[in-house]
Design a protein around this ligand. Structure first.
Ligand code: BG6
Length: 520
């Protein structure tokens, strides 16, 4: 059994004052899947440990696999220890948690399954005092979302009493939300037939990451950054999401999705909107989401005639990660030997508004890259006049430009790059950085993204969830590229080796602007 680290209450440390959570049941549809065991149940257990679950709470896992409550509980206990070893696991806390954890082996795609669920939820309402409030968590394959929502409605589980705010249903929808603009809109229609927009929580786990939330604090709780955060001072912004892992047994899903749908449409554009948004008038969910959506709506549509200058796609071939040989994407399980799916994307984006006119935002994301890292780097304009000589002994790096790097993962922190004089009789410049590391500064475990987001949904706080208009705006931006790419499959795939930094065209895109990706 591991030693308890100091636990942090995310909400006391977070952006908002804690609100009272109402009693409710959380139903996980697709409870036999990876998400439930790797992320959701560990997050719920950690919340229980911190006393952040409301009184009158219970969890129902539902899927077709036959299992008793006890078998489900045992399997979840093993999963927490295996997938979330950082969460201290002790038997008595676990037993208190397991007492409100249930399993329903039934088919949620069929009417009978949902009637079974409605019956169980009624019983649990009596037993645990959930007051009939229910959260439905879609942890199923995305292709099932629409039909599940319809079945939930048919079984009466999404009904609200006219004029009353409770009992309420809420729904948490995992990404991908649709696979293009029209399917996202269609799914929205299904959902809105039964749920009001404020009952819909489109989850994007990047928004639950501590360092992503810190972007708003850094920008709007400090007076020194915001005056520089605009086209007068910022030369360009780079957002990098690099993974060393491949598709990890998810070849079937990934073949359908590709990097653009898997990472860019959601995580990367959400990150970008937090970096670029105007200060919201309050921390209210709608005020914050209004500003983020405005950014997405201001993004310049891609000129499909010169798409190659703005969008690069790549697919990894075999190579080496940490010195070990790894197969190419086309050799992964459930992937076609002639796959045209992109595992890497680099984009040059513009936000056509007053603050960011003509400032490029370069975004790249890919699997099997040289290092696992996600960061946002704000590159500032160079000093207007060059006083110091060019031959600094660091290959010219000391000539800048200054960069403020928000390190999202794995070493969460912030660092500011600037030039200094090296000690000595001559004026030699050295490029240094001022570093802040979350781990050393606070010395506590950061809550997982799912802990934060599940807790927010229980509290009815949708700030960190994607609103319908934001999802619409992000699909509007990228659907035309997806269409164009589908019509003109890339014949050069694979075009980067595993362990490299993506295809040469990604570097060339920046080089054409006289810039380069930051060396990480
Ligand atoms: C998921 C994607 O949403 O995010 C995965 O489906 C990706 O393909 C993962 O690996 C990355 O998340 P994180 O938190 O590890 O950066």
């Amino acid at each position: 059994m591991s030693q308890s680290p100091v636990m942090v209450n995310p909400l006391k440390e977070g952006l908002k004052i804690e609100q009272a959570s109402e009693p409710c049941a959380m139903v996980v549809l697709g409870a036999h899947g990876d998400l439930t065991k790797r992320k959701l149940v560990p997050a719920l257990f950690a919340l229980h440990q911190q006393g952040l679950l409301p009184p009158g709470f219970c969890i129902v896992g539902m899927s077709r696999t036959k299992m008793s409550d006890d078998e489900f509980r045992q399997s979840m206990a093993r999963s927490i220890q295996q997938f979330a070893p950082e969460i201290p696991f002790d038997q008595s806390t676990w037993e208190r948690f397991a007492a409100f954890l249930y399993y329903l082996p039934s088919n949620f795609g069929k009417e009978e399954g949902l009637f079974d669920l409605a019956k169980l939820l009624k019983e649990l309402e009596q037993r645990h005092g959930t007051r009939g409030n229910n959260i439905f968590y879609m942890a199923t394959p995305p292709s099932l979302y629409g039909q599940i929502v319809d079945r939930l409605a048919e079984s009466g589980l999404t009904q609200m009493h006219p004029g009353l705010k409770a009992p309420w249903p809420r729904i948490i929808v995992e990404k991908p939300f649709g696979r293009d603009l029209s399917s996202a809109r269609e799914l929205d229609l299904h959902i809105h037939n039964s749920f009001e927009e404020e009952q819909v929580y489109r989850i994007d786990h990047y928004l639950g990451k501590e360092t992503v939330q810190n972007i708003m604090v850094l920008r709007f709780a400090n007076g020194i950054f915001e005056p520089l955060w605009n086209r007068q001072h910022v030369d360009h912004v780079q957002i990098t999401n690099a993974e060393t892992i491949g598709v990890e047994g998810r070849g079937g899903y990934y073949e359908e999705a590709g990097n653009m749908r898997d990472m860019i449409q959601n995580h990367m554009l959400q990150l970008l909107s937090l970096v670029a948004m105007e200060p919201p008038i309050s921390l209210d969910a709608e005020a914050t989401r209004d500003e983020k959506t405005k950014v997405l709506k201001s993004m310049r549509p891609f000129d499909l005639k010169s798409l190659k200058k703005f969008a690069v796609r790549g697919q990894y071939g075999q190579g080496f990660i940490a010195g070990q040989p790894v197969p190419g994407y086309r050799q992964e399980e459930s992937v076609s030997g002639e796959s045209k799916t992109e595992t890497f994307t680099a984009l040059k984006l513009f936000i056509d508004n007053w603050r960011w006119a003509d400032v490029p935002f370069y975004v790249r994301s890919g699997k099997r890259l040289g290092r696992a890292i996600t960061e946002v780097a704000i590159h500032f304009k160079r000093a207007p006049h060059r006083l110091f000589s060019l031959d600094a002994d660091d290959g010219g790096q000391a000539l800048g430009p200054n960069a403020l790097v928000l390190q999202i993962q794995p070493d969460e922190g912030i660092c500011l790059k600037f030039a200094t004089k090296q000690p000595g009789p001559t004026t030699q410049l050295r490029w240094l950085s001022m570093d802040f590391k979350y781990g050393t500064a606070f010395g506590v475990r950061s809550p997982s993204a799912y802990e934060r987001l599940v807790h927010d949904c229980i509290q009815g706080d949708a700030t960190l969830f994607a609103r319908t208009d934001a999802v619409d705006a992000s699909w509007s931006l990228i659907s035309p590229i997806l269409q164009e790419w589908a019509q003109t499959p890339c014949n050069q795939f694979p075009n980067y080796a595993a362990g490299s930094w993506g295809p040469a065209e990604s570097d060339e895109m920046l080089l054409a602007d006289g810039r380069a990706w930051r060396i990480i």
